[in-house]
Design a protein around this ligand. Structure first.
Ligand code: NDP
Length: 257
């Protein structure tokens, strides 16, 4: 899907506001662009890639949308508190939170360092908890909201060499279901998307051999694109998904079924 020159004139998320974590590149970038293309004002979060995040903002601005930039390490509890306070002040309200920020530090279990285990859990799982914690405060006041957490097929099926990552992404699914149960009575839905292999910087380092063996496990026979995941996020954020909560939507070419 071409987002480059798409003019934002209306859309199914007109008047809504969103925070997307890890939106400087890859899947988060595609989600921020699609939410903006549907009319949402978007807070673009990133950790270090300032220039990449500025490009995302510029693309949204050029298309007639609204984006604001927020550097914040989602693994940092108090930094997240300030981030959400400021984002909500600037956006006026918060309708959609997409917890997308994530990292990998792959390695076989027997050789995995404590540092690599903790770093992945801190960003992928604890970071998701932090953002839900501070976003939900505002959504509870509004008595409405959509929370979308990016999990992974690795969290559903497991993956050799990704014990830390799989644990974090399985944790995201448990967190999603508990949050869905806690927040449902206040009009807030919480769902997860579990992408399979998607063409981003996270997967570009895979060797030809690993890529070929991954493709052999995908019924649709190819890696997905960031926009495939963005479409699912737009759906879960839209009016039409209002009766869906606590679910895991697999966007993986059929890997987990
Ligand atoms: P990329 O590596 O391309 O991008 C990761 C993004 O997360 C960047 O914007 C990065 O910011 C941000 N980020 C990383 N750590 C932090 C942090 N501590 N605080 C704030 N932002 C952070 O990853 P993908 O786009 O491939 O992945 C996005 C999500 O989708 C992740 O949760 C990933 O686990 C999940 N996923 C990806 C799959 C794939 O095949 N690509 C498959 C299944 C799930 P910066 O640029 O500033 O570093």
């Amino acid at each position: 899907m071409k987002l480059q020159n798409e003019k934002i004139t209306g859309g199914k998320l007109k008047g809504r506001t969103a925070v997307v974590t890890g939106a400087s590149r890859g899947i988060g970038r595609a989600i921020a662009l699609r939410l903006a293309a549907e009319g949402a004002a978007v807070a673009v979060n990133y950790r270090g890639s300032k220039e990449r995040a500025e490009e995302v903002k510029a693309q949204i601005d050029q298309a007639g949308g609204k984006a604001i930039l927020f550097p914040c390490d989602v693994a940092d509890f108090s930094a997240c508190e300030s981030f959400f306070k400021e984002a909500i002040e600037q956006l006026g309200r918060l309708d959609i939170l997409v917890n997308n920020a994530g990292i990998t530090r792959d390695g076989l279990l027997m050789r995995m360092s404590e540092e690599d285990y903790d770093a992945v859990l801190d960003t992928n799982l604890k970071g998701t908890f932090h953002c839900i914690r501070f976003a939900a405060r505002q959504m509870l006041k509004q008595k409405s909201g959509r929370i979308i957490n990016i999990s992974s097929v690795s969290g559903v099926l497991g993956n050799a060499g990704q014990a830390n990552y799989s644990a974090s992404k399985a944790g995201v699914i448990g967190l999603t279901k508990s949050a869905a149960r806690e927040l449902a009575s206040r009009g807030i839905t919480v769902n997860a998307i579990a992408p399979g292999f998607v063409n981003t910087e996270m997967t570009e380092g895979l060797s030809e051999k690993v890529r070929a063996s991954a493709e052999a496990q995908i019924p649709l026979g190819k890696f997905g694109e960031p926009e495939d995941v963005a479409e699912a996020a737009v759906f879960l954020a839209s009016q039409g998904a209002g009766y869906i909560t606590g679910q895991v939507l697999h966007v993986d070419g059929g890997m987990a079924m």
